[in-house]
Unconditional design. Structure first.
Length: 111
């Protein structure tokens, strides 16, 4: 999980979640995953009213990494946006990143 730091608005820690399990030392993030995690965290933290409650987990599903963004229940609407526009814009960014890094990336916004 990553937690927000109000001073510099970037995650303090990064933990990888694979198949619902927290990764061990041998399952470290690669540079592409780390940068995607930072991008998602940065956007989410700067969108919401409760940045200290933003967490981003990586779940490996079949052939893709799914980034699960958890926010305070009051901030869920801000992350999704009107008609899902904010979530869709973030997915477009991730599509561009995945094309550049040859990763398959998914995004889920959960409460």
């Amino acid at each position: 999980m990553s937690s927000a730091n109000d001073e510099n608005m970037v995650p303090e820690e990064v933990e990888q979640v694979m198949d619902g399990q927290v990764a061990e030392d041998s399952d470290l993030l690669n540079i592409g995953q780390e940068r995607v995690l930072e991008l998602i965290s940065y956007v989410a933290i700067n969108l919401v009213d409760h940045p200290d409650e933003v967490t981003v987990d990586i779940v490996r599903r079949q052939d893709r990494d799914v980034y699960q963004v958890r926010v305070h229940h009051e901030d869920l609407g801000k992350m999704i946006g009107k008609g899902g526009q904010t979530a869709q814009a973030l997915r477009v960014l991730l599509t561009a990143v995945s094309a550049h890094t040859d990763q398959r990336i998914g995004l889920e916004i959960v409460e």
